[in-house]
Design a binder for this molecule. Structure first.
Ligand code: PRP
Length: 211
């Protein structure tokens, strides 16, 4: 019986880049290049089935076995700690998790620091390690608005090019951790479909090393 490998790709630029790597590794799927509103794409000959999901949902599909493999940012792995295997650093989608705020901001030492973020767990870990008392304001987007409007003192967020901060007169105070895209696998799939999964991992690794 044929082994199908189900791969969850994050919608957006990172997913498109990841698909190009998979295509170059020999796992092309022509129908994905003319998607319309379809969400699932198959290449029976190669035994691969791709689907697009929200970037923050990739790890959920993989953890629960709806996908055997997925491409996900290290930020999501650090934040949600899903029970998956991290197989490979794809060395793309590089950015950093950082603390940022207004240029003239000074930490109100002795008072609770108000921190706005989409990443409460990463934020808590960071400030716990410094024994700094914080109040987390959990937002879902446009985090940069928070210090500008006085909702928070600082933010913990992804910085890629730095242009969102720059255009809003904000600066990085502290870098927390570098981030890049990772290939992840469902733990059971990794046992039962190990040959097919390792073949994909090896080919992707070769591409990473040849860059
Ligand atoms: C992310 C992140 C920053 C921005 C950083 O936001 O939260 O706002 O990208 O990128 P830059 O350093 O290249 O400017 P995203 O685009 O995901 O939108 P969001 O504000 O809705 O979270």
């Amino acid at each position: 019986m044929k082994t199908w490998i189900n791969i969850a790709l994050p919608k957006g630029r990172l997913g498109e880049k990841a698909y190009r790597m998979l295509k170059e590794s020999g796992y092309e799927c022509p129908s994905i290049e003319d998607p319309g509103r379809k969400l699932i794409f198959e290449n029976p000959e190669k035994g691969v089935r791709y689907f697009w999901v929200k970037p923050s949902d990739v790890a959920i599909y993989v953890e629960r076995g709806a996908a055997d493999l997925g491409i996900v940012g290290k930020d999501i792995l650090l934040e949600y700690q899903p029970d998956v295997y991290e197989l490979l650093d794809l060395q793309m989608g590089k950015c950093r998790m950082a603390v940022a705020g207004k240029k003239d901001f000074r930490d109100p030492i002795g008072r609770t620091l108000k921190v706005a973020t989409k990443f409460p767990n990463i934020t808590l870990d960071h400030y716990n390690s410094k024994c700094r008392d914080i109040d987390i304001i959990h937002l879902n987007g446009s985090i940069e608005l928070a210090p500008i409007l006085g909702l928070s003192h600082v933010i913990v967020d992804i910085v890629e090019t730095g242009s969102t901060l720059k255009e809003n007169d904000l600066v990085v105070y502290e870098e927390i951790v570098p981030i890049s895209a990772r290939l992840i696998a469902n733990t059971a799939s990794y046992q039962f479909k190990d040959d097919a999964i390792n073949a994909i991992r090896r080919k992707l690794q070769k591409q990473v090393e040849s860059r």
